[in-house]
Ligand binder design. Sequence first.
Ligand SMILES: [Fe+2]
Ligand SMILES: [Fe+2]
Length: 135
Amino acid sequence: MSLITWTQERFATKVAQHDDEHKELFDLLNNLHAKVGVGERNSIGVALDSLIAFVAKHFASEEKNMSQVNYQEFKQHKEEHDSLVKLCLNLQAEFHAGLTQINEQTTMYLRDWLIRHIPSVDFKYAPALAAGGIK
Ligand SMILES: [Fe+2]
Ligand SMILES: [Fe+2]
């Protein structure tokens, strides 16, 4: 069973580009969660790397759009992104150094972060982005 499912009601920001990226993020997180279930270290590493690369790409994409329209809450939003990226990069380095495991606690933490961040933080940029012509 999937760890997280994108639905219009819960997760639509109304910015098509970012909705598509969120769907991709959910797919990559579900993939990592499935690999954790199997327990094979190499494929967990590959899934982890893909997810983290896409997290960075998605955050950069939101930040580019927010700064383009001089979004007022850019700074606070970027701080949330930066703290998750820092956590992910530490986790990734420790995992590849054999110092830590990726388990269901990790994937559930990431799921909970997304479940909170998208509706409470991402949703707020929609009017500013729309006013700036980004939909
Ligand atoms: Fe987002
Ligand atoms: Fe965000």
